[in-house]
Design a protein around this ligand. Structure first.
Ligand code: ZN
Length: 192
C-alpha cells in the first residue's frame, strides 16, 4: 500500500509538531512515510475495538454471513469478533520483539501500571513510555499494512469484501467456442 494525504489527514493530530496535521513526513530523498501521530491513532482505534471485543458478553458476539464474489462458495459464516481478537494478537506477536511483546502483554493485555511494568522489566519511567510509543507506532503501521487483510480500516475488516480471495474467473477451456470434436457430422447427401 502507499500512504497518501487523503488517508492520513483525518488521522493526524492537528497540533503535531512533526507533520503539522498533514499526517505525512518526507525524507530528504523524497520518500513519503506516515507520521507517528497517524500510526498511534490507528493503534488506538484498533485497540479500542479489541477491548470492546474481549470485554463484551459472549452472547453479543454475532455469527455473521460473509459474502464472497466467486462462484465456488457463495458465502460463509464466521464470528468476526473472535477473528479480530486472534488477528490482533497474532500481528502483535509477529511485529514486536521479545522485550516489546512482554511490555505489550503486561501493560496492554494484563492492564499493569507503568510502575509495575517498569519494576518487572527493570526499566525506568522514561524508557517505559518510549517503549509504549514505539509499540503503538509499530502496531499502528502493521495493522494498516498487513496484507491481504489489514485490521484497519475497521469498516473494511468487519464489513469489507470477501476474505477468501479474488473472484474466480472461469478457466479459458470452460468458455465460449464449442470444440471441433463435438461438431455434429453433416449427414451424407445433405449440405450443411
Ligand atoms: Zn504528525
Amino acid at each position: 500500500m502507499e500512504w497518501n494525504r487523503s488517508e492520513t489527514l483525518a488521522l493526524a493530530k492537528h497540533n503535531c509538531a512533526h507533520c503539522h496535521g498533514a499526517g505525512l513526513r518526507f525524507s530528504r530523498k523524497g520518500a513519503v512515510a506516515p507520521c507517528n501521530c497517524v500510526l498511534r491513532t490507528i493503534f488506538r482505534i484498533c485497540w479500542d475495538r479489541f477491548v470492546r471485543c474481549v470485554t463484551q458478553e459472549r452472547h453479543l458476539s454475532r455469527v455473521s454471513v460473509e459474502p464472497h464474489v466467486g462462484r465456488a462458495r457463495p458465502a460463509t459464516w464466521g464470528r468476526k469478533d473472535e477473528e479480530y481478537i486472534a488477528d490482533f494478537e497474532i500481528i502483535a506477536r509477529r511485529t514486536l520483539d521479545d522485550f516489546e511483546h512482554r511490555l505489550f502483554r503486561y501493560h496492554f493485555l494484563l492492564g499493569a501500571s507503568w510502575k509495575l511494568c517498569a519494576k518487572k522489566l527493570e526499566i525506568d519511567r522514561g524508557n517505559f513510555f518510549h517503549a509504549v510509543y514505539r509499540i503503538e507506532q509499530k502496531l499502528g503501521r502493521a495493522f494498516r499494512e498487513t496484507e491481504p487483510y489489514p485490521l484497519f480500516p475497521l469498516d473494511e475488516y468487519f464489513h469489507g469484501p470477501s476474505r477468501i480471495g479474488p473472484p474466480r474467473m472461469p478457466p479459458k477451456s470452460e468458455t465460449f467456442i464449442r470444440p471441433a470434436a463435438l461438431e455434429f457430422p453433416v449427414p451424407v447427401g445433405k449440405t450443411a
